[in-house]
Design a protein. Sequence first.
Length: 400
Amino acid sequence: MSIAEPFEDARAIHDVAIAGAGPVGATLALALADAKLDVVIADARAAGETRVADRTLALSHGARLIFERLRVWTPLASMPGAVTPITAIDVSQAGGLGVVQLSAAEQHVPALGYVVSYRALSQVLDDALARAGVDVRYGASVRSIDPGREDAAVRFADTSRAESDSTLRARLAVVADGTASSVPGVSRRRHDYGQVAVVATVTLACPHRGVAFERFTREGPIALLPRGAGYALIWTRSPADMPSLLGLRDDAFLASLSAHFGSRFRGFAGVSERRAFPLALEVAETITAARTAVIGNAAQALHPIAGQGFNLGLRDAFELARTIRDSPRDAIGSPAMLARYRAGRARDRRAGIAFTHGLVRLFGNDAPWVRVPRGLGMMLLDATPLAKRAFARTMLYGMR
Ligand SMILES: Cc1cc2nc3c(=O)[nH]c(=O)nc-3n(C[C@H](O)[C@H](O)[C@H](O)COP(=O)(O)OP(=O)(O)OC[C@H]3O[C@@H](n4cnc5c(N)ncnc54)[C@H](O)[C@@H]3O)c2cc1C
């Protein structure tokens, strides 16, 4: 965990330098930890620091399998309140026909997914990086990645030393900073949904038994994800509604939420402080550049409607680790290796983005000529075991 002397590393060439030790960057570093490679990971945050505001992450069953392999699942699951299993999902639309119900028992898995605290996950991953002896540079804010023929120069400001600059050189630089802002060369397309997500924790009058709800309403989808004894609420609304929704008294907010759920769910008891953030789709035009690969939210930031974004990012990390491990050392970061990573991610990535974007469009239109066939489609899906199983497998493992 040493902080580099300025320019200390300018001559040494690492195999892989990762910008960002968030959940996705840390997963990549852990997946390479036993590969006898020289891996360094830099993060702008200080050691032991995580986000001030916690976030709720939706993890698929496939993500759990990745964390099990990296031996971080058991410590995570044993942290009080860090993981809540989703045992069933109930999807419905307000003012229309059609309900889809999925259950873990029906799919023969212990849970359909897990609701996880971002802060708890970060802590467990930071501990695992330390245990594995990974070279982590905290307080290192990456400013640029400059590719050369044989390696890339990763320049960062050392925030613990009055902004003195340092450089790491690596055969492969990986951008996992959540925003791709440290690589000027990677452009991202942005589609603004013109929506905001209002998030809060809701307490309940009776136990939730692990059932998650997705409710499509005229004003936008509402997700209730079981978290601890209550629900994490993600309520998609128009930006114009946000000030009044955030400003409502708790009882009025809960009354409005209940009204949107109708008979599908009753029993909200209390609500925490509410926050809101804008919703957009941001996709890197390409996930590779010379001597550079992009993973996680830096590669694609999705609408939270289907809980796919974080899981897609984890699969980026896992696939990149596999591609690196399968390459001879001197081929790490080469055009051929990067092309293999790009090809390996193309289908899953394209399908995950299209699936999420398609859902936003399908359920964002409340015209009767859309609502009625949509309800019939949902009824058909619920009544057709094969189709339901295919849908469930997508939620569990992603698009394969
Ligand atoms: C506002 C918001 C709310 C969200 N809510 C949800 C939700 O409710 N449910 C859900 O499943 N997903 C949610 N997501 C998505 C989820 O947070 C991401 O899928 C997940 O965090 C992606 O992990 P990551 O490691 O790619 O990026 P991040 O988690 O963003 O981690 C990036 C890491 O890089 C570091 N970093 C940043 N810049 C630099 C730099 N220049 N140099 C070095 N280090 C740097 C940061 O300190 C951080 O540790 C939300 C995202 C946002 C933006």
